[in-house]
Design a protein around this ligand. Sequence first.
Ligand code: TPP
Ligand code: MG
Length: 303
Amino acid sequence: MPAIKTSSIKLKSKQLLSPGHRACAGCGQLIAARTVAQALGPNAIIANATGCLEVTTTPYPESAWGMPWIHSLFENASAVASGILAALKKQGKDKQIKVVAQGGDGGTFDIGFGLISGMWERGENILYVCYDNEAYMNTGIQASGATPWAAHTTTTPAGSHSIGSQQRKKDMIAIALAHNLPYVAQTTAGFLADITAKVKKAAAIEGPAYIQILSPCVPGWGVDPAQTIKLGKLAAQTGLYPLLEYTNGQLTNVMKVPSPQPKVDEYLKSQIRFKHLFKSEEGKKELEYIQSLADENVKKYGL
Ligand SMILES: Cc1ncc(C[n+]2csc(CCOP(=O)(O)OP(=O)(O)O)c2C)c(N)n1
Ligand SMILES: [Mg+2]
């Protein structure tokens, strides 16, 4: 066998999501997805919604996935996962193989939401992972239901008449909890060991589970590729995107913010999508408002 082929086979057998894919250097979503894949192990089947993760890892005829993985439409990863689970049940294999659906925030908060809600209603034993980079990145940074207050996107451009997005981020964690899921968690690409622990816990639970991972996006947020992990950490440490874990509807685990609590400015200032806030008196007021959202979280979740 030619040497090049042998080495690629070796690589495949070692990694469930291999490097050499086409995501941006430093992509928070790919770092998180690789961590998720490694935590799941090979006995899992992933249904993946359309979005950056799918596009960058599977340009036909190549695939970076070393585990069973199927691309669905943008909106129906959860329905495809339900079908996979039904087939595994029929074959008597549903206890040995974990079914996972995953997608971006657009595919989760907005366009795939109806089918996700149905999957949760049915109480199916499927783990859903949302990689939240806070906009429709794959199609050119359009705002989604996950886009935070005052962020510049191509559909919420900041300028003389606008401070960026004027919608508050949709609370998908609360929506998941409203479906009475046995396991709901939030984490960020700044805490890879936390992702691993949460995925292992969620995969071991019988029933539907939801994990939402803040995934800093290099072009969409306008950040340096070397900063994505740091931003994932700061998002949680400021209180804006806290690390949370709910078991049977009860908040069972949080990561406390450091003392002193870093100000949101520290998190926002290196991101081009928020740069307009640092240029005017009006922007200063918005920064105060964003700080109040972080402080609200600190109180609400006891951070
Ligand atoms: C029904 C439908 N509408 C729109 C699209 C175009 N589209 C493909 S990926 C995408 C954005 C994905 O955004 P998100 O789910 O947040 O994932 P990201 O790329 O940000 O990781 C859109 C709008 C599509 N493929 N199908
Ligand atoms: Mg997105």
